[in-house]
Design a protein around this ligand. Structure first.
Ligand code: CP
Length: 305
């Protein structure tokens, strides 16, 4: 891999290898020998984040890498420096890998195309969020040990969700059947997957993935009645009771409890929401170690068994 920007660019074999590498990291089957000379990773987050930023930082520390924190509000972004010049600066002063989140679609890909070091897309606007997708895939695989033939519902604000896009691409590459369920105005007709009613998906799908309403990406803040949204489009307690016995609940988080999902379901038996977050550290270790290996920056591994 040159960069990790989109699940559209990744083959079935490459995804399977990344899922396997994530499990190897998780089970301690494969460990990176910590670099003897520092390998710096710049975490360039131009948009708020808790999970992605913190789990990249932990993953970097666990791989023996040196995370460089970046806060746009106290950086030269305030003097008008562009994302490209910020990234190029970090490359020039010695970063070996860039992790970039940005509110605009395609900015990360544009920057990556001009870099001589690997770049990871940590979420670009409504574009993609490939490391979130990988951790979601790992969570699904832990449960079912397969993707082929699984029915996965992605439910909520599909139109503004980069997670929906990355997962729809990756899951269909892996042979899963993807269904969307959404309020009509939040359907995305550029994504060629069937839309079903929430009551149908809860009864037929193996995985029900809820999405937050992404107000920050809407043209105008829409006022709506939360209880009504939950009753019409969300996962209520009554709907959870109709899910298949083995079916699981996912959500990329942050969760708006009581909006897209009933508060008491966030930590119910079927929920893997906090497990997804744990898996995110190992998924990011897998992606970063893979890129460092492929670029010949650091490729010393040992089996711990
Ligand atoms: N799921 C996710 O990307 O969360 P953060 O925005 O907190 O990183």
């Amino acid at each position: 891999m040159k960069h990790f920007l989109s699940m559209k660019d990744v083959s079935e074999y490459e995804i399977q290898q990344l899922v396997k590498r994530t499990e190897d990291m998780m089970l301690g089957r494969k460990e990176m020998v910590h670099p003897t000379t520092p390998v710096f990773v710049a975490n360039l987050f131009f948009e708020p984040s808790t999970r992605t930023k913190m789990s990249f930082t932990i993953a970097e520390q666990r791989l023996g890498l040196k995370p460089l924190d970046f806060q746009p509000e106290v950086s030269s972004v305030q003097k008008g420096e562009t994302v490209y010049d910020t990234a190029k600066t970090l490359e020039a002063i010695g970063a070996s890998l860039l992790v970039i989140r940005h509110p605009e679609d395609h900015v990360v890909q544009q920057v990556a195309s001009k870099m001589s070091i690997p770049v990871i897309n940590a979420g670009d606007g409504t574009g993609e969020h490939p490391t979130q997708s990988l951790l979601d895939l790992v969570t699904i695989y832990q449960e079912f040990r397969r993707f082929h033939g699984l029915k996965v519902a992605i439910v909520g604000d599909v139109k503004h969700s980069r997670v929906a896009r990355s997962n729809a691409y990756a899951l269909s590459t892996l042979g899963a059947k993807v269904y969307f369920s959404s309020k009509p105005e939040w359907q995305d007709q550029t994504l060629d997957f069937p839309y079903l009613d929430i009551d149908e998906v809860v009864e037929t799908c193996d995985v029900v993935m809820l999405l937050r309403i992404q107000h920050e990406r809407h043209d105008q803040r829409q006022s709506f009645e939360q209880t009504e949204y939950l009753l019409n489009y969300g996962l209520t307690v009554e709907r959870e009771k109709r899910m298949k016995p083995h079916a699981i609940i996912l959500h990329p988080a942050p969760v708006n409890r009581g909006v897209e999902i009933d508060d008491c379901l966030v930590e119910c038996e079927r929920s893997r929401i906090f497990k997804q977050m744990t898996n995110g550290v190992y998924a990011r270790m897998a992606v970063m170690s893979n890129l460092l290996e492929d670029w010949g920056i650091h490729n010393e591994y040992q089996a711990s068994e």
